[in-house]
Design a protein around this ligand. Structure first.
Ligand code: UDP
Length: 412
């Protein structure tokens, strides 16, 4: 069975049929995606599935990776932080390394990139490649996965000279975008329903995770999965839990986050969380390794309600993941959470711990509401935030770019 058939089981034959239809005018065309890593991080995770799926649709889709030395990554990390608004000063010599590294990678990839019909360049790392491929024949698209809504100006000014030459740019949310001379498209992120993080799990595996962490499967459970970051407001979650627990004494809370060793601020926040939790045996503060995808999957599945009480958020993939598992989400009224949590339908948007507590009580008293909202949440993700939707948008965009200004495109 091909991958497309596996997805057809989840999203329906119609969606796959539409993908095939969109892909027909692109049959045999060469599309190349370029990023800077094959493993680790959301971009690699998506490309890992997106590229083979595109190939199965008859498009000659390739995935190339740029590589460099330490200074190159120091520079691109600085760019990443700068795009997110940190005032990072990137020394001139690092910028020269960035350019040289892109020039060297262009040397290696030039034949392929200059002859490709479409090139997707992901994030800042390979953004200068276009400058070193002067004889390109295809359309080049800069795909920015970063929240560039308030970039540090000097960093953006430097990068803009490269990304301005692209034929189009893609941002994840309208609010993440920056003015550019090329047409801009908005393509929100997506999750892969067949990944370890999201795939259906056997009941025994979920039960085993509960046993391992001392969670009572008979009692109500609320869960927040997040790095220990102030903007995720884990302490606010504890306050909300406390207020709700006064009325629902059997309530349990799981806060699951990653190891904080490379993030000094994470350690501080984790300590604040531990102090706020005090000695409550029904609060489980978990530190999980980065690859604990099935564990997180199980915790999200065991939850009655998932919280994502962020005060600032990019898109909020944890919200998508929880909704896909049929859970209502009580989320902070911010960023991409607003796009996913349809207030009173797929969950509730809240601004305070009090608001969250009120919604927790409301929902846990009405299991049929939990069920109904969870079902709607899952449908909403099925229609809007699965990998196949992202693929559809990339295909549509590609067809449109290759057809230039034609105002009518016939699909076979
Ligand atoms: N995640 C994880 N382990 C953790 C915390 C988070 O694997 O300890 C995952 C989570 O399931 C989600 C991603 O990391 O897929 C976090 O993405 P999100 O957009 O929610 O927040 P970010 O961390 O990017 O601000």
């Amino acid at each position: 069975m091909g991958m497309l058939d596996e997805y057809a089981h989840i999203v329906g034959e119609d969606v796959i049929h539409q993908l095939r239809q969109l892909a027909r005018p692109l049959a045999g065309k060469r599309v190349v995606h370029v990023n800077s890593t094959r493993v680790g991080g959301g971009v690699a995770e998506i490309l890992d599935k997106l590229v083979p799926l595109t190939r199965e649709l008859g498009i000659d889709c390739q995935w190339e990776v740029v590589s460099g030395e330490g200074d190159f990554y120091a520079c691109t990390k600085g760019m990443h932080n700068g795009l997110q608004g940190n005032s990072v000063r990137i020394p001139e010599n690092l910028l020269r390394t960035y350019e040289e590294t892109n020039a060297q990678n262009a040397e290696r990839l030039r034949g392929q990139l200059e002859s490709a019909e479409v090139v997707f360049i992901h994030d800042p790392q390979p953004a200068a490649l276009l400058h070193y491929c002067p004889n390109r024949t295809g359309k080049w698209i800069w795909r920015c996965h970063i929240d560039a809504s308030h970039p540090y100006r000097p960093v953006w000014k430097y990068l803009r000279q490269f990304v301005s030459s692209f034929d189009a740019s893609i941002f994840s949310l309208p609010s993440f975008a920056q003015p550019l001379p090329n047409p801009q498209y908005i393509v929100p992120p997506s999750i892969d329903p067949l990944s370890d993080k999201n795939v259906e799990l056997p009941a025994e595996e979920v039960a085993a995770v509960c046993t391992r962490f001392g969670i009572d499967p008979q009692r109500p459970l609320i869960v927040q999965v997040s790095r220990y970051d102030r903007f995720k407001d884990p302490v606010g979650v504890i306050h909300a839990y406390r207020m709700a627990k006064e009325y629902l004494p059997s309530l349990q809370l799981v806060l699951a986050g990653g190891g904080a060793s490379d993030d000094p601020e994470g350690e501080v926040v984790l300590e604040e969380v531990r102090i706020a939790a005090a000695d409550d045996p029904d609060i489980h503060i978990l530190l999980l390794p980065a690859d604990a995808h099935r564990t997180i999957n199980a915790l999200q599945r065991q939850a009655d309600i998932v919280l994502q009480k962020s005060t600032k958020e990019g898109f909020g993939l944890t919200v998508t993941e929880a909704m896909w598992k049929g859970k209502p989400v009580i989320g902070g009224d911010t960023g991409g959470i607003r796009l996913q949590v349809v207030d009173h339908h797929t969950g509730f948007l809240v601004n305070t711990p009090e608001g969250a507590a009120l919604r927790i009580r409301y929902l846990l008293r009405q299991p049929q509401k939990v069920e109904e909202m969870g079902w709607k949440a899952q449908q909403f993700v099925r229609e809007n935030f699965l990998l196949t939707r992202q693929l559809r948008e990339y295909l549509t965009l590609t067809v449109a770019l290759l057809h230039g200004a034609q105002d009518r495109i016939e699909l076979g």
